[in-house]
Structure formats: C-alpha cells, structure tokens
Design a protein around this ligand. Structure first.
Ligand code: CO8
Length: 260
C-alpha cells in the first residue's frame, strides 16, 4: 500500500499504525484521513490481524488536531463535508470488528483527541496532553468529540473542557476516566502490546461480539449526535470568528473574537 503520511507495520497479529507528519505535529489533513481509511480497511480485511495500536511519530505529538492550514479557507459546506468525512472514518474504527488501542505519546488535541476517543482503549505516556481547543479557533469539535467525550466522562466535565478549550494533563485524564492507563514514556508501546496480547489470547469472534455489544450502549444517540455536530461545525465556517481564530493561530497571535 502506498502511504505518505502513515506508517503501517504488522507483527504477531498486531497492526502498528503511526501517523507520520511530524512537521505539522501529525495533524490530520485530507490526505492523511484518506490513508487512514485505507489502513482501517486493510485491518478489517486481514485475517491475521486481531488488534491495532495507533500512535503518532515523535515525542511531541500524538496528533495536534485537524490541519488548521488546510481548514482555514473552507466554506461552511466544505467544513461540514470534512466533518462528515472524519466522522465516517472514525466510526469505522469504532465499529471495526477488531479492537484499536490508542497509544497517546504527546499532544492529542482537537481531531487528535477525537481519534483517540474513537479507539476502544486509551493508554497515555506521562507527556501526553489532551484537549478540545476548537472554541479558541472559533469552531467546535467536528470529528465526534462532542458526543464521544460526553459519553466517556459525562456532560458536566465534557462541557467544562469543550467550552473552556482547556488542556487536560495525562494525570488528570486518568482521574476522569479519559484514559485507561498512564505509563512512563518509554513503556507506552510495551504496555499497549501487553494489552493487545491479552485480547489476542481470547476468542476473536467473542472479542468482536463483545465490542459490538458495548458499542450498542449509546449507538442510537451517537448517530443523531454526530449529524448535529457536523451541521454545527460547518456553520462555524460561516462566521467571522472562525477566520479570526485560525488566522491568529497561524500567525502565532492571540485571537480577538467579535462574536459574529
Ligand atoms: N494544523 C496544522 N499545523 C499545525 C497544527 C495543526 N493542528 N498543530 C501544529 N501545527 C504546525 C504549526 O503550525 C507549526 O508549523 P510551522 O513550523 O510551519 O509554523 C508546527 O506544527 C509546530 O507547531 P508549534 O510551533 O505550534 O509547536 P509548539 O511546540 O510551540 O506547540 C502545540 C505545540 C501546543 C500542539 C501547538 O502546535 C498547537 O496548539 N497546535 C494546534 C492545536 C489545535 O488547536 N488543534 C485543534 C485543531 S481544530 C480540530 O482539530 C478540529 C477537529 C474537527 C475537524 C473537523 C473537520 C473540518
């Protein structure tokens, strides 16, 4: 498979997927999302793969969000479409018949945190930092964060983090149930592999059915919620604040929002 922004390696029934755009802190542009979808299809179709471990290249970032440079000039329609595209691919991870483990090795912001949320198990190194900082850019989470974060940590905390855009340390993430384990940086992949092996020792068909059953817990709410999120996400791109927020980020300035 020809991949420019993702590295994929298969070993002992595990597929190692590494988002690899270090110059843009592994942020997700369209090309990377298209490649991610191909990799997920490969995982689904390869009978020899039973678990996937998803991480980011380098020590600074797991994934620093969707690519702001690419998104900046989207129209509301393009933004809504991009949101649907990301949601569809992240749903494939959530609905895949094989588990995905997110090994979060640094900043997991915006779309990066949303990708981790779509995985089944989240393991973070001590340097990991989580956050949904979209409101500081004049937009809202658009790859499922409003729904999956709420499902995971509850409405109260989810609203606090999404409305403030505040970063969440790895320790705090553990306390609020956002991650399953907090691990020394150098042990992150080993711990992920240990958990993958535990899963692999079980019946693949039972693992798949168990994942499906747990997903069903809030599936009907999720589908409706994602639709609403994409619609609202798109509408942000019809505002002055979205332009102000993204220009400010790219020019390394603090945005002064107008509220329109
Ligand atoms: N998109 C594009 N480029 C990025 C991104 C990004 N999300 N994050 C970092 N970069 C680039 C920087 O522009 C910089 O590039 P250059 O060297 O060419 O100027 C390079 O990566 C290194 O970044 P910094 O110099 O900023 O590194 P620091 O160590 O100073 O800071 C941070 C690291 C804290 C991670 C900082 O880069 C940051 O805050 N990044 C943006 C985080 C963010 O706001 N993410 C949310 C994006 S919005 C989103 O994800 C919405 C998801 C839903 C999308 C729906 C579809 C439309």
């Amino acid at each position: 498979m020809n991949l420019d922004n993702i590295e994929m390696r298969k070993e002992n029934k595990i597929c190692y997927i590494t988002i690899n755009r270090p110059k843009a802190l592994n942020s997700l542009n369209k090309q990377t999302l298209i490649e991610l979808e191909k990799v997920i299809e490969e995982v689904i179709n390869d009978q020899n793969i039973l678990v996937s471990i998803l991480t980011g290249t380098g020590e600074k970032a797991f994934i620093a969000g969707a690519d702001i440079r690419e998104m900046k000039d989207f129209t509301d329609r393009e933004a809504e479409q991009f949101s649907f595209m990301g949601q569809k691919i992240f749903n494939k991870i959530e609905n895949c018949n094989k588990p995905f483990i997110a090994a979060v090795n640094g900043h997991a912001l915006g779309g990066g945190m949303e990708l981790a949320l779509a995985c089944d198990i989240r393991i973070a190194s001590k340097d990991a930092v989580f956050g949904q900082p979209e409101v500081s850019l004049g937009i809202i989470p658009g790859f499922g964060g409003t729904q999956r974060l709420t499902s995971l940590i509850g409405k109260g905390l989810s609203k606090e983090y999404i409305l403030t855009g505040r970063y969440i340390s790895a320790q705090k993430a553990l306390e609020i149930g956002l991650i399953n384990h907090l691990i020394e940086n150098e042990e992150l992949i080993n711990k992920s592999v240990d958990i993958a092996k535990e899963i692999i020792s079980n019946s693949p068909v039972a693992v798949s059915k168990a994942k499906n059953a747990v997903n069903f817990f809030d599936q009907s709410f999720l589908d409706q919620g994602l639709k609403k999120e994409a619609e609202l996400f798109g509408s942000c791109f019809d505002t002055e604040d979205q332009k102000i927020g993204m220009e400010a980020f790219l020019n390394r300035q603090k945005p002064i929002f107008k509220g329109e």
